[in-house]
Design a binder for this molecule. Structure first.
Ligand SMILES: Nc1ncnc2c1ncn2[C@@H]1O[C@H](COP(=O)(O)OP(=O)(O)OP(=O)(O)O)[C@@H](O)[C@H]1O
Length: 549
């Protein structure tokens, strides 16, 4: 591995004239990009060759997308032996559909000045497979941006795989997450289905975070001696110095909604653009349902894996365009997504780990802008700060006022909760339990299984204004590994004690609306990321850890 020196000097793209394809330079001018960001400069000037294998780390929002697209596109355009159009030469793999769509858009912009722009296709789940696939087969793709599940699916058909038999560059964006347990099996399978590394294709791995374990596995796509570029100093925090970061501690998880209402009251200036991350998709849906009932003056948006892809794509586009608003989000937009002018990122509850915290914070302060970040945790969850001392997170200067302000929102939150569908609350409750039961967090939280159910019941009754714990099916409880744990309110019909009194509005048999609707019981796959992380748990109500997004 070759270590390259740090050079953060801003250089004009004009200095690349005669080196970088002139049509790409023209496109950069049209896009309004005059100078290279540090990571772009280093990749373009320090790689031994633009075809070299590389592992590149640079902070969030610093232009890594162009740092891999420019050399890859240049090599394709300048190569006299480049594969003909219709044969994919550049394959980019990204963890989420939104990110794949965003990368493809940047690629289209960069090739827009060619007499005949190169075709960049997308292969992601949740979209009409038949039409995208038929276009891929009939048209002349040179670049494919894909999520792992759909790509594996494409590669399983010989005629489709044939179009990918001349790959020159393979990019793993968000490489650390692509090489984690949840995605690694898919990546390895994909590597078996494309031409072997010995055919000479270039591997490029990019991320804002490169934990040491990634270096152990990166050899699946990079050959020994690959170049390593990092614009992040080893002793430096992985977040931007332009982002003051704060934590707010609340006494109990039941205070979640009132704390957020109070915090927003302290933080919101007119025209603020805010992203709020929740721990599971169904918790995010509940936040959006509650806060859209006049708990915030801002327009409410929501995005998570429980929405269909059409809604996700529309929301992403609308929030990118919006001057102000509050987006309740799961990790489907936790990494890579470039939303301009986000003033504040709030995380409610624990992120998966320190790196996930960094990526979420990175949705603000992009492209040289400023931002703010706040994490709201219970006192029991404050171990996160102790375990991540490298992160510059300080107590929020107005913690006392925020905590004192909670009482003012109790009635408004209760009223808003009464306006929310019982099934939304049931799913949030179930996903909350499933998330913690399926995580390694019980130990640091000093929770046993009955304790977890007790905390969730407190969340439901005090926080969500439920008359009693929402009903859970025995089967779902079993899948969460919580069979026989006391404290559950069993859904009618499979109550081991036969004494559930819970009756959600409008459903006298005690089942929630979704339990009665078609599609109930399908796991987190619907509308989710291509691969569930740590999946396998959960059922109706979104129980497991894989539901997180
Ligand atoms: N040379 C440049 N000059 C000005 N703006 C740029 C330049 N390159 C990229 N940008 C803009 O910076 C923003 C962030 O870029 P990008 O999304 O590639 O960041 P990233 O490093 O991949 O972030 P993340 O780690 O979150 O994925 C985008 O809005 C992009 O258009």
């Amino acid at each position: 591995m070759q270590d390259l020196a740090i050079n953060d000097g801003a250089q004009p793209y004009a200095s690349m004239a005669g080196k970088l394809d002139s049509r790409l330079l023209q496109a950069l001018r049209v896009m309004g990009f005059e100078t290279m960001t540090p990571v772009q400069h280093r990749v373009l000037t320090e790689l031994p060759d633009w075809r070299s294998d590389c592992l590149v780390q640079a902070k969030t929002g610093t232009g890594k997308t162009l740092a891999f697209l420019l050399p890859a596109l240049h090599c394709l355009l300048q190569d006299p032996r480049a594969p003909p159009r219709g044969q994919v030469a550049i394959l980019i793999i990204a963890p989420t559909r939104e990110l794949a769509q965003q990368i493809a858009k940047s690629c289209d912009q960069l090739t827009s000045q060619l007499a005949k722009p190169l075709e960049c296709h997308i292969a992601v789940g949740g979209t009409a497979r038949a039409s995208a696939h038929s276009r891929f087969m009939k048209e002349s793709p040179s670049i494919l941006v894909a999520t792992p599940g759909r790509l594996k699916d494409y590669l399983s058909e010989a005629p489709t795989a044939q179009k990918l038999s001349n790959i020159r560059t393979l990019v793993l964006d968000e490489a650390d997450t692509m090489l984690e347990t949840g995605f690694m099996a898919d990546v390895k399978r994909i590597l078996q289905l494309i031409p072997p590394k010995s055919t000479g294709w270039q591997g490029m791995c990019f991320s804002a975070t490169v934990p040491p374990r990634v270096k152990d596995v990166v050899s699946v796509v990079l050959k020994p001696g690959y170049s390593s570029i990092s614009t992040v100093d080893k002793n430096e925090a992985p977040t931007h110095e332009r982002v003051p970061q704060y934590y707010v501690l609340m006494p109990s998880v039941a205070d979640t909604f009132t704390t957020l209402a109070s915090l927003l009251n302290h933080e919101i200036k007119t025209n603020a653009k805010i992203i709020v991350f929740g721990v599971t998709a169904n918790m995010v849906a509940l936040f959006a349902a509650v806060f859209s009932q006049r708990l915030t003056p801002l327009k409410v948006f929501e995005i998570h894996s429980r929405l269909n892809q059409g809604a996700r794509t529309r929301t992403t586009a609308q929030f990118k365009e919006a001057d102000a608003g509050i987006l309740f989000a799961s990790d489907v937009i936790g990494r890579g997504i470039d939303i301009p002018n986000v003033d504040l990122v709030i995380q409610i509850g624990l992120p998966s780990n320190g790196d996930q915290y960094v990526h979420r914070v990175g949705r603000t302060a992009r492209a040289g802008n400023d931002g703010r970040a706040i994490i709201v945790l219970t006192e029991a969850e404050s171990f996160f700060m102790k375990n991540n001392r490298h992160l510059p997170i300080n107590p929020h200067p107005q913690t006392d006022a925020i905590n004192a302000g909670r009482a003012r929102y109790t009635d408004a939150v209760t009223q808003a909760m009464h306006g929310v569908d019982e099934s939304t609350k049931q799913r949030a409750y179930s996903s909350f339990i499933g998330f913690f039961a399926g995580s390694g967090l019980m130990k640091p939280l000093r929770l046993d299984k009955p304790g977890l159910v007790q905390v969730a019941n407190e969340l439901a009754i005090k926080g969500m204004a439920c008359p009693e714990p929402p009903p859970m099916e025995k089967k779902v409880i079993g899948k969460m590994g919580l069979k026989g744990v006391p404290g559950f309110n069993y859904a009618s019909g499979n109550d081991s004690t036969g004494n559930s009194s819970y009756r959600p509005h409008g459903h006298p048999n005690g089942k929630t609306r979704d339990a009665l609707s078609p599609g109930a019981g399908q796991g987190g796959r619907r509308g989710g990321v291509e691969k569930k992380r740590g999946g396998g748990r959960g059922g109706r109500g979104g129980g497991g850890r894989g539901e997180r997004r």
